[in-house]
Design a protein around this ligand. Structure first.
Ligand code: GTP
Ligand code: SPV
Ligand code: MN
Length: 591
């Protein structure tokens, strides 16, 4: 496909896109229109224009070459889920998990907001491809935006530019994304999806998932809709390769809610006490999963870069990320030091003088915003997998679900079969984080880490998952993990980060049928002796606690899950059956 693509003359390829750009331009009335080609020259021009206007700060070029700092409006620092809508003709299709408006009312509302909104501004046309070149699973989109910050970020996060336009001509279709920062009035902020029109409209925000429309809006909400129609899955998952000392490489996909550890796990540095182990990153946030001809599940990462959480990143927690973000990185909403270095909580070096809003830093105040982020190309990752650009993706041996749970959920647990694993995913809950606006630290249900990103009714989504399982001859094993269990003083019981590889080793060994486990009421679990804990100094009593299943707490969880699932119309009978089995086992196992 690559060769055919290159032979199409550029002047022939833009018709479908040009038509749409022209109609948008009539509505938004920009001063200029710029078609992004993704070139280095274009990057430099946009950077210098933004620097001249004070929208971008050049960081210390000796210690952080080609790095910049951007500050978003203080009311615009995270995704705003209450202003995010899925607008389907039939409300039931969007499900109670999504905010809904009729497509007609949404179009009317957005037309009003977009009307004349780019007067005096440049309209950027960003053609982009999601997925490796020549992959049959790759998809294209075009984002129209008036934000040069969005252009610079999309340039890193997607394969942006002329190649994407060529592919659109071959595909004959693309996802449309129209975005304007508007006046950044938080009352007039909407992120609207029309899956039936493969269209996204976003107004009033310039931040992250609200504005980089290829990411959550296209690659998850619209893509999940398409995936259901076409028989695949679009998931909020990292993809990692793990090589054991024997040189065998296996791949894992893991769904954790926002700011719950995907980037960190995907780039994990093995502990020194696990010599010979290696980890390679395929993706850190989104996976597109297809049933292969061989009956296995295969995954590609649609993205080309990382938009990762900065706070907490250092040599001890995530050395690969720490090294990676010392060049070619856009920092958003971090603090600044006297010598123009970025600063964040947990950086362990230097001191801030300006906080994330650009105000003088006062001791004890918040320096970097909790949801401050780095944008960096995946090619800068020292452990990027060579398979990242494989058009067919990588075969998945294990699917992992996990969240932040101070109590209840054990360190690791394996589903008895696919349907049980789907229930595990559907039951996922986590303490809320700063990745979305609202109160943090409250446990909420976040099925498959997709609550904010599933573009359709969750019950239909679970049915789709069950169906995918039926189509897999060699399904991956499914697991639930919890790195975030705490003691009564609030300290994490498990050291996390690199040490998580110990749990991964057990999961992969299970998928090869070479690790022991015991059956608990909630799934297969390792005994302490079944885990490789060599070189890890952790009291036996803590390990016991991490692997314990408290019967009364779990019975209470079943009650709460029933209550939650009752709110989902069309809840699949197969999952109700799974829930009943757990309950029966809890009562009879007496554990
Ligand atoms: P999104 O990009 O929002 O989807 O998040 P993510 O799932 O990629 O989360 P990320 O890896 O960026 O982690 C978020 C926060 O959790 C960071 O502050 C990390 O330092 C912290 N974290 C990650 N892994 C662990 C772990 O194993 N243990 C503990 N205690 N903290 C962790
Ligand atoms: C998340 O919130 O899950 C993110 C960041 O990965 S954002 O792109 O803002 O959605
Ligand atoms: Mn995410």
């Amino acid at each position: 496909m690559g060769e055919n693509q290159a032979t199409i003359p550029l002047e022939k390829i833009c018709d479908v896109v040009t038509e749409w750009v022209n109609s948008v331009a009539t509505l938004v009335q920009p001063e200029h229109i710029h078609w992004c080609d993704g070139s280095m020259e274009e990057k430099r021009i946009i950077e210098s224009q933004m620097i001249a206007r004070g929208e971008l700060i050049k960081l210390n070029q000796e210690t952080f070459p080609d790095c910049f700092l951007a500050r978003s409006h203080p009311n615009d620092v995270a995704r705003t889920e209450h202003q995010t809508f899925v607008c389907t003709r039939d409300k039931e299709l969007a499900g109670s998990n999504n905010n809904w408006m009729s497509p007609d009312s949404a179009h009317e509302l957005m037309r009003g907001l977009f009307s004349g909104c780019m007067q005096g501004r440049t309209l950027y046309v960003i053609p982009y491809r999601l997925g490796p070149l020549s992959s049959p699973y790759a998809r294209c989109g075009v984002e129209i935006t008036d934000s040069p910050y969005v252009v610079l970020n999309m340039r890193i996060m997607t394969r942006m530019g002329t190649d994407a336009l060529r592919r659109i001509t071959i595909d004959g279709k693309f996802v449309k994304g129209l975005h304007s920062t508007g006046d950044l009035n938080s009352e007039r902020r909407y992120i609207i999806h029309y899956p039936e029109e493969t269209l996204v409209e976003s107004f009033g925000s310039g931040y992250g998932g609200n504005a980089l429309l290829a990411k959550k809006c296209h690659a998850l909400r619209i893509a999940s809709w398409q995936a259901r129609e076409e028989g695949w899955l679009a998931e909020h998952m990292l993809i990692m390769g793990v090589q054991n000392p024997a040189g065998e490489v296996r791949y894992i996909a893991a769904a954790f809610p926002s700011a719950c550890g995907k980037t960190n796990l995907a780039m994990l540095t093995p502990p020194t006490s696990m010599p010979g182990w290696k980890v390679f990153t395929v993706g850190d946030d989104i996976a597109w999963l297809h049933v292969g001809d061989d009956g296995r599940l295969w995954a590609i990462n649609p993205e080309a870069g990382y938009f990762g959480v900065v706070p907490g990143t250092n040599r001890d927690t995530n050395k690969n990320a720490f090294d990676m973000i010392h060049a070619g990185t856009i920092f958003t909403n971090v603090a600044l030091t006297a010598d123009d270095e970025p600063w964040w909580q947990g950086r362990k070096k230097n001191q801030p003088i300006k906080d994330w809003m650009g105000n003088d830093y006062v001791d004890g105040a918040v320096a970097a915003h909790a949801n401050s982020r780095f944008t960096v190309s995946a090619s800068r990752n020292p452990v990027q997998s060579a398979e990242s650009n494989n058009p067919m993706g990588v075969p998945i041996s294990a699917i992992v679900f996990g969240g932040r749970r101070a109590a209840l959920a054990p360190l690791v647990c394996e589903a008895f079969d696919w349907d049980h694993g789907v229930l595990m995913g559907a039951s996922l809950a986590s303490e809320t984080t700063a990745a979305a606006t609202g109160t943090t630290g409250i446990v909420r249900r976040d099925p498959m880490a997709m609550k904010p990103f599933c573009g359709y009714n969750l019950s239909d989504y679970w049915r789709h998952w069950l169906k995918i399982g039926r189509n897999l001859k060699s399904p991956p094993k499914l697991f639930h993990v919890n790195w975030f269990r705490r003691d009564t003083k609030g300290h994490y019981l498990w050291p996390g980060f690199g040490e998580n590889l110990r749990v991964i080793q057990w999961m992969l060994d299970r998928s090869e049928n070479r690790a022991a486990a015991t059956a608990s009421a909630i799934g297969w679990m390792p005994r302490v002796a079944d885990l490789n804990l060599q070189g890890l100094e952790l009291e036996a009593s803590i390990m016991e606690q991490l692997l314990s299943v408290n019967q009364s707490e779990w019975l209470q969880e079943i009650v709460e899950l029933r209550e939650y699932f009752k709110q989902q119309d069309r809840f699949p009978a197969e999952l109700e059956l799974q829930l009943q089995s757990i309950e029966t086992r809890l009562v009879s196992n007496n554990q």
